[in-house]
Write a protein that binds this ligand. Structure first.
Ligand SMILES: C[S@@+](CC[C@H](N)C(=O)[O-])C[C@H]1O[C@@H](n2cnc3c(N)ncnc32)[C@H](O)[C@@H]1O
Length: 238
């Protein structure tokens, strides 16, 4: 689906910086690569979400759209909308989803979601929330677009309680929030969510004997990080 947001998003310079950075990620093919690295924490979260065939789902910070396409298969009587600040991510997601009738993609920000009130029954966001310029505002926006009784599920790999991700700060080109589980829970509760919980989702995928990337010191640190697990914060709209 085409979208007609202007080239400069309404959230100003912070959104523009995110757009430029994640356009670079998209052009480098990282949008597609993230499916492999995020799937081991996403699959257990999907199990917990108890998705129904008629759910109307928002994937916020959807990247290249791999999760939107997966969710669209689980919700054949519903719909899935992917929103992302990066127009290049959205362009690639649309191109790869032309044959998925119940999927649509919109360019926009967490802080000003391009959707009416009560539009969705479930919202998921994977490895995106700590980049948001204003997470409190993003969570209030999620509350607005969720229907009463709807739920939000946010997966976060960069959080204070896991020391084996703190070194990532040196690699980020845009500001990122390093919050604890308790701080995220407070943000959810202050935004108006009820039944707020924080859980851990360990990444059970095999770790290579030798690590050659730049995110971890070595394979041992990567292994510790994965065993500690991603933070899953969830809540419901009253
Ligand atoms: C690390 S990527 C994860 C992408 C996807 N969820 C996945 O798992 O493959 C983070 C994504 O969040 C998006 N993003 C960051 N800040 C955003 C904001 N304020 N509003 C909407 N999207 C945002 C980025 O453009 C990027 O595509």
């Amino acid at each position: 689906m085409a979208n007609h947001l202007p080239a400069t998003l309404p959230n100003g310079p912070a959104a523009e910086m995110l757009r430029e950075e994640f356009n670079r990620w998209a052009q480098a093919g990282k949008g597609e690569e993230m499916e492999g690295s995020h799937l081991p924490i996403v699959l257990p979260a999907l199990e917990l979400m108890n998705l129904r065939p008629d759910d109307r789902v928002l994937d916020l910070g959807c990247g290249s759209g791999w999760l939107v396409r997966r969710l669209a298969g689980i919700t054949p009587k519903g719909s899935v909308t992917g929103v992302d600040v990066s127009d290049e991510m959205i362009r690639r997601a649309q191109a790869a989803s032309a044959n998925v009738p119940n999927a649509q993609f919109l360019r926009g920000t967490a802080e000003k979601l391009p959707a009416p009130a009560n539009a969705f029954t479930k919202v998921i966001s994977v490895e995106s929330a700590y980049y948001w310029h204003d997470p409190a505002r993003g969570l209030r926006e999620i509350l607005r677009v969720l229907a009463p009784g709807g739920s939000v599920w946010v997966l976060i790999n960069y959080y204070r309680d896991n020391p084996d991700c703190h070194q990532w700060e040196a690699h980020y080109k845009t500001p990122a929030h390093l919050l604890s589980a308790a701080e995220w829970q407070d943000l959810f509760a202050n935004a108006g969510f009820r039944n707020v919980q924080a859980r851990r989702i360990p990444d059970l995928s095999p770790t290579p004997e030798v690590y050659t990337g730049r995110w971890f010191r070595d394979a041992a640190q990567m292994k510790r990080f994965k065993a500690e697990g991603a933070l899953l914060v969830l809540g419901a709209k009253p």
